[in-house]
Every structure is written in structure tokens, then in C-alpha cells.
Design a protein around this ligand. Sequence first.
Ligand code: S6P
Ligand code: ZN
Length: 196
Amino acid sequence: MKDVPYTFQLEPPDFIPSTYDNHIQRRLSAMRGQYADEAALAQMLEQEDTLLYDVYELRRPEIAGEILHGISIVHPGKVGDEYFMTKGHFHSVLETAEIYYCLKGQGVMVMETPEGEWAVEALYPGRVLYVLPRWAHRSVNTGCEEDLVTFFAYPGNAGHDYGTIETHGFRKLVVERDGQMAIVDNPRWQPPSSRA
Ligand code: S6P
Ligand code: ZN
């Protein structure tokens, strides 16, 4: 971890930071239960535990006042008709926001609040997205061939709650229908008020 001000480069075509501390890779096997078409996921897993996304982090103390930041790269592909996506999470400290800046590719951010309000915003190069405090977020690559690359920054004390999304999923799924991106209801999702 650096103890003097620092810079790093984000260069095309890959935008992998010129320096980073942590490289996380998430594969298909980490997404069991998250895709609507479980048979398609099982079938794909028989062939290969495909890499879905990479995250490159610059390490900072996980405390208020710091800003955690890095690069997220979601690769192109689908499970059934549902695009490759991140696991998605709420921040453990709900009242913490996040900024995303899209550097490459085409995609969307799927978001929702604990009360079930939802939003989907497009991501494309040059686009900045402000994820409000309290909104869970998942990035989805809707492109055919290109990676979806975003720079992200969020408060050091935010933490991650993956469990709520793992259990209930997001309210909306992003799928391909007749060659186009479509937003559909997640059949697994229940209103927060009716959850056990
Ligand atoms: C962290 C921030 C991103 C994600 C990354 C992977 O708060 O939102 O760095 O960690 O896009 O997504 P996930 O849902 O697997 O953490
Ligand atoms: Zn986040």
C-alpha cells in the first residue's frame, strides 16, 4: 500500500491498471443459483468453469475517509439468454454510494433498494454512473464480443453484503430477446415485505 500520493495509467485496449494490489477472478461456479436458467449453467459447467469477470483493486485502508478504487472487467457471454454479470451486492454500510466510469464496451447497471425500488442505467464509454447510497448494484455486459470495462470508486468503510442478493436475486434480469437486450422480471424475486 502506498504512503505517498500516487498515479497509475489506464490504457486501451485492456485498461488493466499499470499498478494494482489485488486481482480477483470470478467464474461461473461462483454464480450458482444466480442465473434463471440453472440447466444452462450446469451444462456450461460440465464443459468449463468459465471466467466471467476480473477486478483489479488498489488497496487502501477500509475506513471512512479513504476511497477504494479499481477496475472491473466483465467479459462477454451468456448463460441461457442471460448476459454475463457480476454477483452484485448492497454495501454493508447502506448509506454509502459508488461512482462508476465506463471506459469500454456496452452494458447496464442493474440497481435496487431494500424496499424494492429498481433502476437500470446504460453503461458505454465516457458514461459516468452515480450509484446512490442504499442501492444494490450489478454490472451486466450486453455486448456481443467486447469486455465491459469500468473504473469504480467507493467509501473505504462501505463493506459488502452479498448474502441478500444471493438469497433473493435482483428484481430484474437482463436477457437477450430476438437479438436485443431486454429487461424482464426475475421469477425468483419476492417483495421484501413478503420474505420469510
Ligand atoms: C465494490 C464495487 C466493485 C465490484 C465489482 C465486482 O463495491 O461495486 O468493485 O466489487 O464490480 O462485483 P461484485 O458484485 O462481485 O463485488
Ligand atoms: Zn459496490
